[in-house]
Design a protein around this ligand. Structure first.
Ligand code: IPM
Ligand code: MN
Length: 346
């Protein structure tokens, strides 16, 4: 019989609350014959305060044995900026070779967005997840003096760029519109930018059915707001993808709806699914957080593990739930989770 052995990292702030709803929906949508096993990992700000650890080797090793990871949010103002981000979240993405950071954007009905009433928006950002300026390749000279120099080197390998570009072409080929846009900044970042463009063009020759486009990242931000329907699949560098997907979330219904998957397509390591939003310590523990982004991340998780029908059911439930939302009937995190769990029940 089938089974899912899931690692759960609720993490910090609203992470705990939203992950509980994601699990509720997952449990409800899975057919009876699928055995869901979950193991919770105590990682994040509290653990760091208690023990000084972010992600010990033993836990990294244990996480490896799971089919997938569901993560809530990482980060707290009481921890110096970068400690948990680098020591936990990015460490997981790098250690498990999550070279595809998948971030879909859909304009759901009845959502508060500057683009409400616009034609259908339905695109996916394929953000590179293991290279670029995120590698921690940099340094500081004469630190703390007026002559301080800081560098932050963007690392781009032909191997790393080709595999993400190829994945994006495959995704574009599988979608009705079959369009792929490369976003970079090759008029300024000439070394990395030209390599990305060269590899994009070369791989593109193998996909004659895919229409291609190139945009500088600054121009892309304009089109995200003025003409988002021009996008289908976007492939871009780690940092550009980080920024663009926050913008994408803001214009398509808010960060409360934005889902993501840190995917290792080879299956060598478990992929990790998480809402794009952070730990929101200002509203933590108050039942105010919208768990929808986590629930949609669960849909990505289901699809990744081959449960396409269940993934689609979760997405349909979210669309239906959003369509019925009204401002005069606010619901708690738990109530939204309950409503979605009822909708997806098999
Ligand atoms: C995200 C976050 C992370 C990133 C941070 C917390 C390291 O902003 O998942 O988008 O920059 O990738
Ligand atoms: Mn981000």
């Amino acid at each position: 019989s089938r089974s899912i052995n899931l690692a759960v990292i609720p993490g910090d702030g609203i992470g705990q609350e939203v992950v509980a709803q994601g699990l509720k929906v997952l449990d409800s949508v899975l057919p009876q014959d699928v055995k869901l096993e979950t193991k919770e990992y105590d990682l994040g700000a509290q653990r760091w305060h208690r023990t000084g650890e972010t992600l010990p080797d033993a836990e990294l090793d244990a996480l490896k044995s799971h089919d997938a990871i569901l993560l809530g949010a990482i980060g707290d103002p009481s921890v110096p900026s970068g400690v948990l981000e680098r020591g936990l979240l990015l460490k997981l993405r790098f250690a498990f070779d999550h070279y595809i950071n998948l971030r879909p954007s859909k304009l759901f009905p009845n959502t508060a967005t500057p683009l409400a009433g616009r034609p259908d928006i339905d695109f996916v950002v394929v953000r590179e997840g293991t290279e670029g300026p995120y590698t921690g390749n940099g340094g500081s000279l004469r630190t703390g003096t007026p002559a301080e120099v800081a560098t932050e080197v963007s690392v781009n390998t032909a191997y790393g760029v080709e595999r993400v570009v190829r994945d994006a072409f495959e995704r574009a080929k599988a979608r009705p519109r079959k369009k792929l846009t490369l976003v970079h900044k090759n008029n300024v970042l000439v070394y990395a930018g030209h390599m990305w463009k060269k590899i994009f063009d070369t791989v593109g020759r193998e996909y004659p059915e895919v229409t291609t486009d190139y945009l500088h990242v600054d121009a892309a931000t304009i089109f995200f707001v003025t003409q988002p329907e021009r996008f289908d699949v976007i492939v871009t560098d780690n940092l550009f993808g980080d920024i663009l997907t926050d913008l994408a979330a803001a214009v398509t219904g808010g960060i409360g709806l934005a889902a993501s998957g840190n995917v290792n397509p080879t299956g060598e390591f478990p992929s990790m699914f998480e809402p794009v939003h952070g730990s929101a310590p200002d509203i933590a523990g108050q039942g105010k957080a919208d768990p929808t982004a986590t629930v949609l991340s669960v849909a990505l998780l289901l699809r990744h593990l081959g449960y396409e029908a269940e993934a689609a059911r979760v997405e349909t439930a979210v669309a239906a739930d959003l369509a019925e939302r009204t401002a005069d009937r606010p619901r708690t995190t738990d109530q939204i989770g309950d409503a979605l769990a009822v909708r997806v029940a098999s």
